[in-house]
Design a protein around this ligand. Structure first.
Ligand SMILES: Cc1ncc(C[n+]2csc(CCOP(=O)(O)OP(=O)(O)O)c2C)c(N)n1
Ligand SMILES: [Mg+2]
Length: 1020
């Protein structure tokens, strides 16, 4: 049977051009195979076939303009008919799961007739309220008579004593049931006690005695390395207090939970709190991974072998996996890491091995907006592979985190409200019997009433103080501890220092499903540091311990060192055959290896055959397009390459339509872990909003930092998941580095590979959007990141050359760099690729327009981005109207030119006796006469970067000042980067250099109406 394939609904567009025909007569195609590509002035999109069959006749050709309903081709479906029928039958039989659920719910609702409970309560304001409560719980009521009694009692209280009393009673009931182990009903916070009641605690299988010994040694060596480094060089700094508070939290994980990556398992991913780095080195020392010489090089990294202050994969690429020390990055990166792990699983790219992502966060750090900023996503996406551990030592750098409140309760409320599984680990085991004996509830009452400032002060004092100030608040609690000595009271430990409580919480967390877990653990900052640091406000920066402090620390943790050894601040490592070392290694062996450890076994991606980019080397003729559109076309083509396609991770923060990428929705789908539970409003359209479990596009919503975190997760998948991915994150260029600079820095540190695309770039190119949108400096921000390579291409072939090289360098050759490319939204035609310009494009500049050498005066014009086109037009005017010759250079990257210039200059200075080597800029411009005028759509500093290396008269134009909304023409005039200003300034420069008479410049200034009195745009 012959079938007709028509142009489907393409939204608001009509007369759209066919730019590619992807099939030919006789081809056998499957349903959904793309047959033609359409391109509007904004985007390009492939049209898939509705049927399977053999192509009979193609009724369109490239360049045709088509609209909805036009015939594309006919195809014979007879062969595939049977299969299709089978498929149709199958789909008819299969009721979609969502529908099935709706039917089931409807049926069960019919069957279950709600039992009616008679009441004789008078209808009052309170009884209505009670009735509402009753109705909502009626369906699962197992004892309606009992319910009735309770409700009547409540009603009576409301009538007689008022709502406050009723609230009090309800609260008592909730607290009572909570203490008995019931987690319902849902309230924002629960009492200030552990979430897991003692009888529900899973017992640790570990040998607590040995584990304590190991932990003590790790504590000691961590402190020793900081103190030793500072004894040598007091400027080096370091932290003892953070790890001292968190040692147990880490040790329980290391001994029992964190599974390393090996050839059988992908490994859990642990984001360590930055300031606890000494603890990780210290453990690695006991494990035999680091030696004393290395410990002695803590924070001395300039010579090889030093240890980083904090987790920095760039500096310790075989050790650290995640940079975290800039507060707030770790939590957010961990969330998107967990999400990306699910993405890879749902796309079938990695196996689901039940791996977990753990993130350790300081309680002070939780104040960073980033720390809490993405917790909603974690809950929404049911990231049960994610565990946060918030180390609530109640202090940050200057003082208490919440002196007047309770950080644990505050965080509990926030996380519970978002849907996380919250496990509070507040009190250690020594409190268990006290809490069990708290028959009057006064102990929990004090716990609830005491604020963090007090809790902190208690631990800076002694047992007597705690007796008086804490237990002494009520006679009932004083009585509770009457038989305990002050030492006993002092020993009452906090949950985060109790390995039993920590183990129980971790066990619950790893076995929890359906939502992420946060463990909020109460600890003591500077635990064990005694008077010099324990729980005192100045602990954070304590990096020196005097002999008395050290002796105290040794005794506190029973470290087997003599006084002399302590005075020398010696490290302590037991013999390899000691029970401690054997135990520690055995535990890690059973958990698959060491953590942290960074490695990669990913396979490089073969760069596509060159012809995939060939279409971008020919002229577009009269057809105009933006570089953003050219990029999207290129990506669409890349999605046809079998090696590259599955690895592409397009990431967009709600701007796909702005960039003309809506075609991706249908082509590769939007990732949604639940699939699509609704029929999208635009389902009949070609670019309908298609969400899918295996979708490829990460449509992040309006979160640049979230998108960047996804990009980093994808860009480091080669090490964290042993699979090379190609993330491409497109954003408004102004909302890139400016917004998420710290994440971009962390991306460099993490050695993320991939593309950042600053779309709608350029201060005068993104015309109407105004001050906040128009970017005039992202390239300068990009240039501050050493391994970020950035380009500002003008033409489609430049873009293709740069992109292809990026793919090759990063994903085939595995260089640890990333690319920042700006693309623009100005439509213009693109010329054919000139011969032999590829290397110049990549190095940063090439000559795009020769001079005729027929004129006397000559100038070198260097342009970048869309301003290159102003330069090219100015060059024509200069020649025609003023007989001035020029060479025009397309500068694809001032940043790369500067880097080359810097390096060459340094080489020459270091080799004073040798013949100077030329920078690439000199190589290009050295032989050409005339001063240089360089311009871009960015501030002058962008072009000025190359000034020292040109060794010639150099002038620059740029868009310094606040952007504002207007037309491109007016903006370029305002910022003085239009062709008229280029002409006038060129003539002025030549006059300055005494190469033309100044009257020409004066003429031009007058002719173009340039107002000499206008202030600098920076002042307007
Ligand atoms: C973005 C950022 N701002 C400031 C700092 C400086 N800083 C380092 S540690 C710290 C206090 C951390 O307190 P907390 O998160 O409670 O950690 P802990 O108490 O466990 O050391 C601050 C402000 C930083 N590292 N990063
Ligand atoms: Mg803290």
């Amino acid at each position: 049977m012959s079938l007709k394939l028509l142009i489907p609904d393409i939204g608001d567009f009509e007369n759209v051009e066919i730019i590619e025909i992807l099939v030919k007569k006789g081809d056998k195609i499957k349903k959904n195979d793309p047959v033609v590509t359409l391109e509007s002035d904004k985007s390009s999109v492939e049209v898939p076939s509705n049927f399977a069959g053999t192509i009979e006749n193609i009724k369109v050709k490239i360049g045709d303009k088509v609209s909805k309903g036009d015939l594309i081709l006919t195809l014979d479906s007879s062969e595939s008919n049977n299969e299709e029928k089978k498929e149709i039958k199958k789909t008819n039989e299969e009721i979609p799961p969502v529908t099935e659920k709706i039917i089931q719910e409807a049926e069960s609702a019919k069957k279950e007739k709600a039992p009616v409970v008679e009441t004789n309560i008078k209808e009052t304001k309170h009884t209505r309220l009670v009735n509402e409560v009753k109705m909502s719980s009626i369906n699962d009521d197992i004892d309606p008579a009992e319910t009735k009694e309770w409700l009547e009692s409540l009603s009576a209280v409301l009538e007689n004593d008022g709502s406050e009393r009723a609230h009090f009673l309800i609260k008592q009931l909730i607290d009572q049931s909570y203490k008995a182990g019931s987690k319902i009903p849902h309230t924002q916070t629960t009492p200030y006690i552990n979430t897991i009641p003692p009888d529900e605690e899973k017992k640790s299988p570990g040998d607590q005695n040995i584990e304590r010994k190991i932990r003590s040694l790790i504590r000691w060596n961590a402190a020793a390395m900081v103190v030793r480094a500072n004894k040598k060089h007091p400027e080096l700094g370091g932290h003892i207090g953070t790890f001292a508070s968190a040692a147990t939290l880490y040790d329980v994980g290391m001994n029992h939970f964190w599974r390393a990556k090996n050839n059988k398992f992908g490994g859990d991913l642990v984001y360590f709190q930055g300031h606890s780095a000494p603890g990780m080195y210290s453990r690695a020392y006991l494990e035999g991974r680091l030696n004393e010489k290395q410990l002695d090089k803590f924070r001395q990294e300039v010579k090889p072998g030093g240890l980083s202050s904090y987790p920095h994969p760039w500096l310790m690429p075989n050790f650290w996996q995640f940079p975290t020390v800039s507060m707030g990055l770790g939590p957010m990166l961990a969330i998107y890491q967990a999400r990306f792990m699910k993405y890879l699983i749902n796309r079938g790219l990695i196996k689901d091995e039940g791996r977990k992502v753990w993130a350790f966060i300081g309680d002070g750090e939780m104040d960073e907006p980033e720390s809490l900023g993405a917790i909603g996503l974690a809950a929404r996406e049911n990231l049960d592979n994610l565990i946060f551990v918030v180390n609530c030592n109640l202090q940050r750098l200057d003082g208490p985190v919440r002196g007047n409140g309770k950080i644990i309760q505050e965080l509990e409320g926030i996380f519970r409200g978002t849907g996380w599984n919250v496990l509070k680990v507040i009190w250690g085991s020594y409190w268990d019997s006290l809490l069990a004996n708290d028959k009057t509830g006064h102990l929990v009452k004090i716990m609830n009433e005491t604020v963090d400032g007090e809790y902190q002060a208690f631990k800076a004092r002694n047992g007597l103080y705690v007796r008086e100030k804490f237990f002494g608040k009520y006679s009932e609690t004083l009585e509770l501890v009457s038989s305990m000595s002050d030492t006993d009271i002092w020993r009452l430990n906090r949950g985060g220092h109790d390995p039993h409580k920590v183990y129980a919480a971790y066990y619950k967390a790893v076995n929890h499903s359906g939502s992420p877990t946060v463990i909020i653990a109460k600890t003591i900052k500077g635990y064990g540091m005694g008077k010099s640091g324990e729980s005192v406000n100045t602990t954070h920066q304590q990096k020196k311990l005097d002999v008395d402090d050290l002796l105290y620390y040794r005794d506190r943790f029973d470290v087997p060192l003599t006084n002399e050894q302590v005075k020398n601040i010696e490290y302590f490592k037991p013999d390899e055959n000691s029970e401690e070392i054997k135990y520690l290694k055995k535990r890690r062996l059973e958990l698959g290896g060491f953590i942290p450890e960074r490695s990669s076994y990913s396979k490089p991606i073969k760069v596509p055959n060159i012809d995939i980019f060939d279409f971008m080397k020919t002229s577009t003729g009269t057809k105009e397009m933006s570089t953003t559109m050219a990029l999207v076309r290129m990506l669409t083509n890349l999605l046809r390459d079998k090696n590259v396609a599955p690895k592409l991770v397009p990431i967009i923060p709600d701007e796909a339509r702005t960039f003309g990428m809506e075609g991706f929705f249908q082509k590769v789908g939007i990732y949604a872990h639940e699939g699509q539970k609704y029929e999208p409003e635009d389902s009949a359209q070609l670019s309908s909003y298609r969400e899918e479990k295996s979708g490829q596009v990460l449509e992040e919503g309006i979160t640049e930092s979230g998108s960047m975190s996804s990009w980093i997760a994808a860009g480091t998948a080669y090490t964290n998941h042993d699979i090379e991915m190609i993330p491409i994150y497109l954003f408004y260029s102004m909302f890139g580095f400016q917004r998420i600079g710290d994440f971009a820095w962390a991306a460099g540190d993490s050695q993320a590979r991939g593309f950042l695309i600053g779309a709608t770039a350029g201060r005068t190119t993104l015309a109407g959007e105004g001050l906040q949108h128009q970017d005039g400096h992202s390239h300068l921000l990009a240039s501050t990141i050493p391994n970020c390579i950035s380009y500002d291409p003008t033409f489609h072939y430049e873009l293709a050359t740069i992109f292809r090289e990026g793919l090759r360098r990063m994903h085939e050759k595995n260089e640890n760099i990333f690319y920042y490319i700006t693309t623009m939204n100005e439509n213009y035609s693109h010329p054919e690729m000139p011969k032999d310009c590829e290397s110049g494009i990549l190095r940063g500049m090439y000559k795009i327009k020769e001079s005729s050498d027929s004129q006397k005066a000559k100038i070198q014009l260097l342009g970048s981005g869309t301003i290159l086109r102003e330069m090219m037009a100015a060059s024509d005017i200069l020649k025609k109207d003023y007989q001035v010759d020029s060479e025009v250079w397309s500068v694809t990257s001032f940043n790369e030119l500067r880097r080359d210039g810097l390096e060459m200059e340094r080489q020459n200075l270091l080799n004073p006796g040798e013949k100077n080597k030329k920078s690439y800029i000199e190589e290009c411009l050295g032989k050409h006469q005339g001063p240089i005028l360089a311009a871009s759509d960015y501030i002058r500093l962008n072009a000025d970067q190359i000034r020292p290396y040109t060794k010639k008269s150099f002038y620059s134009l740029g868009t310094d000042g606040y952007g504002r909304s207007d037309t491109r023409k007016n903006l370029r005039n305002f910022f003085e980067v239009d062709k008229e200003h280029v002409v006038a300034y060129s003539l002025s420069i030549l006059a300055n250099e005494q190469l033309v008479a100044s009257k020409h410049a004066e003429d031009a200034i007058e002719k173009y109406g340039i107002d000499k009195k206008k202030p600098m745009p920076t002042k307007m």
